[in-house]
Design a protein around this ligand. Structure first.
Ligand code: FAD
Length: 432
């Protein structure tokens, strides 16, 4: 029976190198580069490509790629442990060639793109010479694709796309966008949409504005494109996958991505936990260290238990993916991990903010950003509520209704069954 929580020594040595590299090289860069995806920012270009070269030389570039894309095929458990370290730093994923949404978009292109599209976009994307965008959510709703109205109409050898998309991250700087559009309005809801590659700069792509998150200043720093597609014409061979197959294509990008995200969250939350504990042993009030107060001790204990439980569930899910090699078989586990992610980051950063007092609320500490990020985790790739619903439905599928009015574990029923089972042995024994 295998039941082993140790990491193989060779991988452990790689992880030790990554840990040191991320702390000493990537974390300082986070403080100087405004947007690690922005290839036109000279500060970014001065600091990130040299780190990328070191990662490539070390053989750790784009390790999420399967062997079909020239990747090492490490499996999800090893990648989970790697991503845990990358989660400490905002720019580490791009330094290691595994940043969203490019990682998922490259999977889609590799699986569904024509040889010409792959040549034009896949290689430079894998090399981080270009940036891409995934354009699916619409202003009137994201969690329910049935409300999407952006449509593509065939015109000879082309498709013409019209509609609006919301939160198309990096739309302004993307060399290509993967756009979901209704092509078959009369088909069943999940067969109505097709997926298209839209080259950046195609006439009719209008980025109305780049929306920023709550901690960013109004009118600057945003990267969530509010995009209007107006008579955007793309050649017919820019459709990815079969007509009406957009949802199947979209699934391609989720794969191990959610597990990588979860482990990055573990790495980030552990960093926040360290800040929480440092504060608890640094600050004194009413003649006592904060960490000597029982309510503060509860914060520390709860945080540690939540982080470790989340980490173990995520690692176990990664291990199960490697065992089954089938994401459907671990759908429930993946939804559980996805739903927990938001709560762990939220609760631990809220406690860290609280213990840092007024300083915790400022832009001189990262907690406000982390709190907003916890909500981002609870929205992108499906809201927490939807994942909890999926999990519950899958769990309930394994259960049957009780045979009659009383539960199958009703103690009277169980005792009667036990009496019958041991009737021979108990015959003649006096019982009170
Ligand atoms: C930082 C960030 C980056 C993003 N990047 C992209 C991107 O690159 N491309 C892209 O296409 N999209 C992107 N998104 C959009 C994301 O996918 C959507 O936010 C998400 O699908 C939810 O859609 P919505 O925001 O319209 O919320 P709505 O669909 O309006 O839902 C609002 C809330 O309603 C509740 N809710 C929804 N459905 C249910 C349900 N079934 N049961 C119970 N409650 C429910 C949840 O609380 C949910 O948060 C990004 C989002 C964020 C925050």
């Amino acid at each position: 029976m295998g039941w082993d929580f140790s990491t193989d020594p060779q991988w452990a040595a790689q992880l030790a190198w990554v840990d040191d590299f991320v702390r000493s090289e990537c974390e300082p860069v986070d403080l100087l580069v405004k947007e690690s995806h922005d290839l036109n920012d000279p500060v970014r270009q001065a600091l990130i490509p040299p780190l990328q070269r070191i990662v490539k030389e070390r053989g750790l570039w784009a390790t999420h790629l399967g062997p079909h894309l020239g990747g090492p095929g490490y499996g999800q458990l090893k990648l989970a442990l790697l991503n845990e370290i990358l989660g400490r730093s905002e720019c580490a994923p791009i330094v290691f060639g595994s940043q969203a949404p490019d990682s998922g978009n490259s999977e889609i292109l590799a699986q569904y793109g024509t040889p010409e599209l792959k040549e034009r976009y896949l290689e430079p994307l894998l090399d981080n010479r270009i940036v891409s965008c995934f354009s699916m959510t619409e202003p009137q709703g994201g969690a329910d694709p049935k409300v999407f109205t952006t449509a593509a109409v065939q015109d000879g050898d082309s498709w013409i796309i019209n509609g609006e998309k919301w939160f198309s991250s990096f739309a302004s700087m993307a060399s290509f966008l993967i756009v979901m559009a209704v092509t078959d309005p009369e088909a069943p809801p999940y067969e109505r949409h097709s997926m298209f590659v839209v080259p950046g700069g195609t006439p009719g792509i209008n980025v109305l504005r780049d929306v920023g998150l709550g901690y960013q200043p109004l009118g600057g720093g945003g990267r969530e494109g509010y995009v209007r597609y107006e008579n955007v014409r793309v050649p017919a061979d820019h459709m990815l996958g079969p007509r009406g197959g957009a949802f199947v294509v979209a699934q391609t990008r989720l794969g191990g991505g959610r597990i990588h995200h979860a482990m990055r969250t573990v790495g980030l939350v552990r960093r926040i936990f360290d800040m929480l504990c440092e504060r608890a042993v640094s600050r004194h009030t009413q003649g006592q260290m904060l960490g000597d107060k029982q309510l503060v001790q509860e914060m520390i204990a709860d945080s540690w238990m939540e982080i470790e439980a989340f980490r173990l569930l995520t690692l176990q899910t990664a291990w199960k993916i490697d065992q089954h090699n089938d994401y459907q078989a671990v759908r429930a586990d993946i939804s559980a991990v996805k739903a927990m992610m938001q709560k762990v980051l939220h609760d631990v950063s809220a406690r860290a903010l609280q213990l840092h007092g007024s300083l915790g609320t400022t832009h001189e500490m990262p907690f406000v950003q982390h709190l907003v990020e916890s909500f981002v985790l609870g929205l992108a790739d499906g809201p927490t509520e939807v994942h909890k619903t999926v999990l519950a439905r899958l769990l309930l599928k394994k259960y049957k209704p009780a045979a009659d009015l009383f539960p199958s574990e009703h103690l009277l029923r169980l005792r009667d069954a036990a009496e019958q089972k041991f009737a021979k042995q108990l015959a003649g024994i006096a019982r009170s």
